[in-house]
Design a protein around this ligand. Structure first.
Ligand code: SAM
Length: 251
């Protein structure tokens, strides 16, 4: 007896739309979304796709009027509620172009709730293109079947972030100079992981970070990892320990 095929088919195209979705809603997409549906996928009337809005969850939609510049759709049914991701923030010093895009993509796939780019003393990259990073995060969420997008905070000085540190949130400070193995620390939200720049933290910064009552220096092992590797290793360890990996993929 052939297995009942999954419904809707996991191969359906999946798009983020920045408007609130609802039952029987009609919507029109233009710009890159219309180009993707009309020119890349060449979808015709009646074709189905999955949409999510980062507000109400994921919905099954149908193309009513195809097009290359504008596509009209109607919502058929809700497929999933908006998920609640583990309450983990990633504080990271911006790194070079291609690698920061990669970091944002991977952190989104791994379920991060909030991305906080911080300027530290040895930060080389002093500006970020928030629109580009958000686009990378949306693309990653579309691909990995997230229904909740990570929040992308504005680039902020580390001192400012520490000054306003929320009392209820623990700060896991990845310190190449040593600390308790992250794999031995409690992994329960709200939490944040802090990753330094390629040049590392200054001793002065170490002192101000450790002056935060919620801060805990953690080690990611005996080797000096590049900043993006360190970020992904830390998120993965924390997510696994927090039980996030106990939830099976949606398919
Ligand atoms: N320049 C620094 C040095 O040579 O000591 C290395 C900085 S490392 C490339 C970038 C950041 O990744 C560090 O600031 C730290 O946050 C994190 N990191 C890398 N390896 C680590 C480790 N083994 N344990 C804890 N954090 C680590």
């Amino acid at each position: 007896m052939p297995a009942t095929p999954a419904w809707p088919p996991s191969s359906l195209p999946r798009l983020f739309v920045d408007q609130r979705l609802a039952p029987d809603a009609a919507l029109t997409l233009d710009g890159p979304a219309a180009n993707y549906l009309g020119n890349v996928l060449r979808l015709t009337a009646g074709a189905r796709l999955k949409l999510f809005d980062d507000r109400t969850g994921e919905w099954l939609a149908e193309i009513v009027e195809p097009g290359r510049k504008r596509v009209s759709l109607r919502i058929l049914q809700q497929l999933r509620e908006r998920e609640s991701v583990p309450d983990l923030w990633l504080l990271f010093a911006p790194i070079k172009h291609g690698r920061i895009d990669w970091l944002i993509e991977k952190a989104t796939e791994l379920g991060i709730a909030r991305l906080v780019p911080v300027v530290t003393k040895r930060t080389i990259v002093e500006r970020i293109n928030a629109d580009r990073l958000r686009a990378h995060s949306i693309e990653a969420a579309e691909q990995c079947e997230r229904t909740a997008l990570p929040e992308l905070a504005p680039l902020t000085k580390l001192d400012t972030v520490l000054r306003d540190w929320p009392a209820e949130r623990c700060l896991l400070f990845a310190d190449e100079a040593g600390g308790k193995p992250l794999s031995d620390t409690a992994a329960a939200g709200p939490a944040a992981i802090l990753i330094g720049p390629e040049g590392g933290f200054t001793d002065e910064e170490r002192t101000s970070i450790q002056a935060i009552a919620q801060a805990e220096p953690v080690s990611l092992g005996p080797r000096i990892l590049r900043a993006d590797t360190a970020a992904l290793a830390a998120i993965s360890i924390w997510m696994a320990r927090a039980g996030d990996w106990g939830h099976h993929a949606i398919r």
